[in-house]
Design a protein around this ligand. Structure first.
Ligand SMILES: Nc1ncnc2c1ncn2[C@@H]1O[C@H](COP(=O)(O)OP(=O)(O)OP(=O)(O)O)[C@@H](O)[C@H]1O
Length: 309
């Protein structure tokens, strides 16, 4: 369990993390989302004591990271910064960590196998591909068999097979009752693995909710409805706050401001037969864009193409 209370980090004029309150619970995968520069890495660094909060607190399993006698056994973390000696083999790197933390060699062999790096374990880590480096970082994070696992952008550099592997690993770790906290910019991946989401923008908490709920909140704007007499349907639906568009000659109308239920009832009252009545379901990516649109620091100049739901 990770608990942040009014967690704040200031770097001079910049407030990287601004009074964050959240709880990451065991037994589920919690996604940590936010645009570039939102404060995710800074928050993660504070969780494992690599940075100190300017105000507020963050604890893992009820204690600050530094207060744990065996921190590797409490929380295993993969942060973006590479801390592996390039001349050392993956095996030696893991053994060195195991030795200094009282972890048996058996566990080193286990994590090497779990992360699929057996064939390269004796090679210099400096020669590793990005994907192999990520796997080694994850092996190190799992070394202490921790109750809490925290991974910053774990999918970075992984090929499709690696992405699938991470997905199953995260789901499996949560199913074992562990607390799994993972940041990613890949919304499709997040939609597949995360049960819960914490979304930040400019250091502030924007949402602490389920994937389902976030999508639902953004949902409901557009409804597609088709009928033989769109002009008449338009007449009975029109009202304040309701927008109806449709192409001339088409049976289809796009309605915003009314639910599918309300449209269905009004059409039935007027005796209009409907051929289609569909609420457009937004993707997690669209919900995320909508939620964070005022918090994005770095805007590109190309128009964003919204993916079909
Ligand atoms: N050591 C530092 N000194 C000064 N400013 C910093 C430092 N670390 C982070 N920042 C600033 O704090 C803010 C949050 O950065 P952070 O790296 O935590 O965001 P992020 O959400 O992880 O971004 P990304 O998705 O790009 O990795 C940014 O404005 C960043 O420039």
């Amino acid at each position: 369990m990770i608990e942040a209370q009014q967690l704040t980090k200031r770097y001079g004029e910049t407030t990287a993390v601004d009074r964050l309150d959240f709880t990451v619970k065991p037994g589920t995968v919690t996604g940590f989302l936010g645009p570039n520069g939102a404060g995710k890495s800074t928050t993660m660094r504070m969780i494992i004591g690599l940075d100190s909060p300017s105000a507020g607190t963050v604890t893992v399993n009820g204690r600050r990271y530094r207060e744990h006698t065996a921190p590797l056994q409490e929380v295993g973390a993969l942060l973006e910064a590479k801390t592996i000696h390039p001349g050392r083999s993956a095996f030696d790197h893991l053994m060195a960590q195991a030795y200094t933390h009282g972890i048996p060699r058996r566990r080193v062999d286990e994590v090497i196998e779990m992360t699929g790096i057996q064939s390269v374990a004796r090679k210099r880590a400096g020669a590793f591909s990005l994907g192999m480096g990520q796997r080694l970082g994850i092996a190190a994070a799992l070394l202490g068999d921790p109750a809490t696992v925290m991974l910053d952008e774990p999918v970075n550099g992984l090929d499709p097979e690696g992405v699938l592997w991470i997905r199953n690993l995260l789901i499996g770790l949560a199913a074992e009752g562990r607390t799994v906290f993972v940041s990613s910019h890949l919304m499709t991946e997040m939609a597949l693995v995360a049960d819960h989401l914490i979304v930040v923008g400019r250091g502030r908490l924007l949402a602490d909710t389920t994937v389902e709920e976030l999508v639902r909140q953004t949902d409901g704007s557009a409804v597609t409805v088709a009928t033989a007499d769109p002009a008449r349907l338009r007449e009975i639906l029109v009202g304040p706050g309701i927008e109806i568009t449709g192409q001339t000659g088409s049976e289809e109308l796009q309605v915003t401001g009314l639910t599918t239920r309300a449209i269905g009832l009004k059409a039935a009252e007027a005796g209009i037969a409907l051929f289609e009545l569909t609420a457009k379901r937004v993707s997690l990516e669209e919900a995320f864009m909508e939620l964070t649109k005022d918090s994005v620091e770095y805007h590109g100049t190309t128009e964003i193409t919204r993916s079909a739901a």
